[in-house]
Design a protein around this ligand. Structure first.
Ligand code: GLP
Length: 243
């Protein structure tokens, strides 16, 4: 895995934003995999800024988000779909039919997961998968476990993961759903290229395990070591704490 260190979170967002905008220029029908969370916020702001400044056309771009809470969907507060609408989708000219999202309100959640898998295949595959990382090594909502489910599936959330998500639910842990739908690590690893972003010192143990540890289902992010084209982008605050 190639690692790149940036002086600040803003510098990281500027560099990655530039690369993504250039990618859209070269390949107008690029397929992007997108994460939610605090980490990509600066990147999404930068993408919106560059889009307006350079009149970037997103009409051919296709997106797949990584995960969604069970019980939540379009328009729901705290839902990842709403997060993405507010933070990116409403600010660029993405076309509705090109936005793929897991629907946590689907009547049959297993079928919804199968539908998503088929949609990934039908798209021709994700060109660039952007990822954050949970402090426990989760990717999307692939939580540490004795075994991992490779494909898109329903998952029970670990308590620390629910706690980390209270910020999207006005700080109220009770409102954070207990289950989610997530792309599996196998689906994620089929992406042609992967960029993982991590910033701030709270992620130092997770990034150390990612870069220095062995491959284990107890730390799902470690599976990224098996992919030939992964870049890990860090700010210096975090990189300085990785031995
Ligand atoms: C969430 C999301 C992940 C995200 C991670 C880190 O639970 N499901 O996709 O990467 O946690 O979030 P943050 O960037 O806020 O630290």
């Amino acid at each position: 895995m190639k690692c790149e260190v940036f002086s600040t979170e803003a510098a990281l967002a500027a560099a990655l934003g530039r690369r993504i905008i250039d990618m859209i220029g070269r390949q107008p029908d690029v397929v992007l995999g997108l994460p939610t969370g605090r980490t990509p916020l600066a990147l999404y702001q930068e993408l919106i800024r560059l889009t307006h400044e350079e009149r970037v056309d997103w009409s051919g771009v296709r997106t797949f988000n990584l995960d969604e809470f069970v019980g939540l969907g379009r328009g729901d507060r705290g839902g990842y779909r709403t997060f993405m609408e507010n933070r990116l989708f409403e600010h660029v000219n993405l076309v509705e039919r090109n936005i793929e999202f897991l629907d946590g309100r689907a009547a049959d959640l297993d079928r919804e997961c199968e539908r998503y898998e088929r949609a990934v295949v039908a798209s021709g595959g994700v060109d660039l998968m952007l990822l954050g990382i949970g402090v426990n090594g989760h990717i999307g909502f692939n939580e540490p476990a004795g075994s991992l489910v490779a494909r898109t599936h329903r998952v029970m959330l670990d308590e620390p993961t629910r706690a980390a998500n209270t910020m999207w639910f006005d700080g109220d842990l009770e409102r954070v759903p207990r289950e989610a739908l997530t792309m599996g690590m196998g689906t994620i690893l089929q992406s042609r290229s992967i960029v993982l972003i991590a910033t701030g010192d709270a992620k130092s143990e997770a990034v150390t395990a990612l870069l220095r540890g062995g491959v284990t289902t107890r730390f799902p992010a470690s599976f990224l070591q098996l992919h030939p084209r992964v870049r890990v982008l860090l700010d210096v605050l975090l990189a300085d704490q990785v031995p």
